[in-house]
Design a protein around this ligand. Structure first.
Ligand code: SME
Length: 137
């Protein structure tokens, strides 16, 4: 039988590959939906976040989970929804992991650069999220 990575181990590998592949990704996490909260299941970066459980609807993360739409925040200091995790963060992208319209979770990446996330990042991360959705939930 072919052994494949599943569940948390798969999510952990994904965050490690993303975080270690792109210098403008300064913290990478995957939150999964549990009831009406997001729970941090895997992360890679220089430091842990206090926001390991986020109510859906709160923060940029909670907004993306509620809408099912990717959120790109070019300047977190200008977004009133933003929940601060790291003092160095300047921009953020949150990409929902969806099966059809159902949000299973999301990829959340913080950058220390202003407006770090391009259309290319968005398209790439949306394809990564689609691959994750095929293998979890
Ligand atoms: N900044 C996020 C919270 C998660 S930390 O970035 C890891 C937000 O506004 O929802």
């Amino acid at each position: 039988a072919v052994e494949t990575l599943q569940g948390q181990a798969l999510l952990q590998r994904v965050v490690e590959i993303l975080q270690d592949s792109f210098p403008h990704y300064n913290w990478t996490g995957i939150y999964m939906v549990r009831g009406d909260h997001l729970v941090l299941e895997a992360w890679r970066g220089p430091q842990a976040t206090e926001h390991v459980i986020i109510p859906i609807g709160q923060g940029v993360c909670g907004a993306a989970a509620a809408s099912g739409q990717t959120e790109v925040v070019d300047d977190v200091s200008q977004d009133p929804r933003y929940l601060m995790c790291f003092p160095g963060t300047r921009s953020e992208i949150v990409v929902p992991i969806k099966k059809g319209h159902q949000v299973l979770g999301e990829i959340d990446i913080d950058s220390d650069e202003l407006a770090a996330f391009t259309e290319e990042d968005r398209r790439f991360l949306e394809s990564v999220a689609a691959m994750i959705a095929e293998r979890v939930g």
